[in-house]
Design a protein around this ligand. Structure first.
Ligand code: AMP
Ligand code: GLY
Length: 423
């Protein structure tokens, strides 16, 4: 098969690395990719939301399958774009339809869906500038901290958590009336704060049957001890010890099954990954968000643990045989450490030479923000490299990643040394 992956992060390098090893893979293209993906496939410099250029490429390269990494093209309807095109409709797209992608693209839609299908989530109401007064009243009925979520995509910045009621009211107004996040915050979901530990659960589905992938925990804050600003993710662990078989069975019956059934009931076409963000307290799990793609850096621990041929599973989604396929998982623990540019997630510099990659032993290095320049590999983003290792437990896996993280160098390299501290 000829496969095209859209995206340019660690997630897409992990997909490319896994797909490249499949006996079914004839040609592998990544758009736009990074220095890591160019080692296992061919990078093509096309933006992930430039559908017309993607179409041209897919036809020219006789692509059989499109794997969509990030949410943006999904929310903009790339699945439907392929389905509606006479020449593209035979191509298997791994990613949901535009309507399915609303689970991530509209927080209000996701909350209404959860309410309708009795899926446990935080109590909420949605407001616009016309219902600002009601919004203030709802905030007054809640206890601190206050959670405000821009309805639409806001580059991962659309969620505010505020300690103080007056500040929450001010921010609500800034979002709905003053366009704090542009159109994305014209509607805002205000919800109850849930305390507990976060867990990422992943499902692969063809809309009828589903397979539960390994769960993972990611570490979003820049600083050790989960302090400081939010990032895209500084590291991840899989499996998560508390998410044992019994716990996952409970999540399956209370959350996963009703979600897949709800999508079917709504007539929503959903092929691909569903990422369910949970807050767990004791034995209870509530959904804080759906994402319609894999997580990053969770992918860098989840994909290496999948022993089955991923392309074979994806092919089953396209030809209706998905339910017959097996999924085998490596029982060992995988840990990944994200090496980031100094200053990230605020201002940071790019274009720094990366050394030591050839000295890495016993870990897999997935590239995130990197690019090739002549013979050199340069930093090209805030999150630069994800160093993944396997071990018999978390400590064992992390120890290998730490050794290799020290061998790799670039100016102002930073990484957290306490990933997994709370497990
Ligand atoms: P989201 O973009 O929905 O993932 O939200 C970003 C982050 O905000 C999540 O990863 C959580 O850490 C936090 N968060 C979101 N909703 C809630 C909630 N209802 N209670 C507590 N924390 C939340
Ligand atoms: N690691 C969280 C995310 O991908 O959204």
């Amino acid at each position: 098969m000829n496969v095209l992956i859209l995206g340019s992060g660690g997630r897409e390098h992990a997909f490319a690395w896994k797909i490249a090893e499949s006996s079914l893979c004839k040609k592998l293209l990544i758009a736009p990719g990074n220095a890591g993906t160019s080692q296992v496939g061919i990078n093509v410099d096309i933006n992930v939301t430039d559908f017309e250029s993607i179409k041209k490429l897919a036809l020219k390269e006789e692509i059989d399958m499109l794997i969509v990494g990030p949410e943006d093209p999904l929310v903009k309807g790339i699945f439907d774009f392929f389905q509606k095109d006479e020449k593209l409709k035979e191509i298997t797209v791994i990613g949901p339809s535009k309507q399915g992608a609303k689970l991530e693209g509209s927080k209000e839609f996701a909350k209404e869906f959860m309410q309708k299908y009795d899926i446990p989530t935080a109590k909420y109401q949605a407001f616009t500038k016309n219902t600002l007064k009601e919004g203030y009243a709802f905030l007054e009925s809640l206890e601190a901290p206050y959670v405000l979520k821009a309805d639409g995509l806001a580059a991962g910045k659309g969620v505010l958590i505020l300690e103080n009621l007056e500040e929450a009211k001010k921010e609500l107004k800034a979002m709905v009336a003053d366009g704090k996040f542009g159109k994305a915050s014209a509607t805002v979901v205000v919800e109850e704060f849930l305390s507990g530990i976060e867990l990422s659960v992943f499902v692969l589905t063809d809309g009828n049957s589903y397979k539960i992938l390994p769960s993972a925990k990611d570490y979003k804050r820049i600083g050790e001890g989960d302090k400081g600003l939010n990032t895209g993710g500084m590291g991840a662990i899989s499996p998560v010890p508390f998410a044992d078989r019994f716990f996952i069975e409970k999540v399956e019956s209370e959350i996963i099954k009703p979600t897949i059934l709800g999508l079917k009931e709504e007539g929503i076409v959903y092929h691909g990954f569903l990422f369910i963000g949970l807050i767990v307290k004791g034995n209870d799990a509530k959904v804080i968000e759906y994402n319609v793609r894999m997580g990053d850096p969770e992918t860098e621990v989840v994909i290496p643990r999948i022993k089955s041929d991923l392309l074979h599973l994806f092919k089953g989604i396209g030809d209706g045989t998905f339910s017959e396929k097996d999924l085998h998982i490596d029982e060992d623990t995988a840990a990944t450490l994200m090496l980031v540019s100094g200053g990230y997630p605020e201002k940071y510099e790019k274009g720094k030479a990366i050394s030591g990659l050839d000295d890495v032993e016993g870990s897999i290095v997935f590239h995130a923000g990197t690019k090739t320049k002549g013979k050199n590999i340069l930093t090209n983003g805030g999150r630069v490299l994800a160093v993944t290792s396997f071990g018999k437990d978390i400590e064992d896996a992390l120890a290998k990643s730490f050794v290799n993280a020290e061998k790799i160098n670039f100016e102002k390299k930073y990484y957290r040394k306490d990933i997994g501290f709370d497990l």
